[in-house]
Design a binder for this molecule. Sequence first.
Ligand code: R5P
Length: 297
Amino acid sequence: MKIFSGTSNKPLAEKIAHELNLKLSPLEIFVFSDKEKRIRVLDKVLDEDTVIIQSTSTPADYNYMELFFIADALKRSGAKSITAVIPYLGYQRQDHVFRDGEAVSLAVIVETLQTVGISRIVTIDLHSIKIPSLFQIPITHLSAFSLFAEKIKELPRKESVLVTPDMGGIRRIKILSGYLGNIPYAVIEKNRDLQTGDVTADRIEGEVRSKRAIIVDDMISTGKTILSAANLLREKDAGEIYVFATHPVFSENAKQTLEKVRAEKIFVTDSIFLPKEKLLNNLEILSISKLIGNSLK
Ligand code: R5P
């Protein structure tokens, strides 16, 4: 097996290669002055199983194009199979038509991934469980919940409640509650203005008073969902707040918004590489390299 990395998350790719006792195979990625790229595979891959690691996080279009070109280069060099490990699948939230006239961006992405010769996808904590059924090729959908459950078990004993900051997360929270011996959960009804992106946490179902509240979400983008959930939890007299989210998209002013959450700790994974300027004092990054490495063995 030969393993290649795009440029979006090299540290994670190196860790995954290490899990497999492999080194990353060399690629030439030349960027022209107009920012177009020329990609060349520098290893022999004829009849080899190959893997590309590339998170299609911000800038999603740029990272997707890089992934498509690496796949094309591998295909033209005779690779037997091409597995794309896409820890964060960009455009996953645009998986259906929300309002008349909209593009289904994810459908375009899925079609292109298949057209460039990718034979299998490995990804983690997709926004919707319906997404794998959009693919004609096998897709391995992993979850970071085992990592989250371990961390939650390490917290000092205290009455706790899992909280999903929107109705779409009920399935997720039930699974995590199962990992933790069926601890109780609460559900927030959130609304987002599609024009402005503003979020309001309108209502909560479930008992949170004086309990440690553990908010769980698939991703943190602007941080507005987590902040509005935390504000509502405080209004309802919840105790300390912890946050767990798989994908640290951290767009716009996420760092400043998350500071306002005043959480004891925010746990995310390394599905997306975070530069120093996006790190927070109370942030802990859990690595998904073992989970992915195991799925490739
Ligand atoms: C939405 O349905 C997702 O599960 C996340 O809650 C959302 O994408 C987070 O976005 P933001 O951080 O911008 O509120």
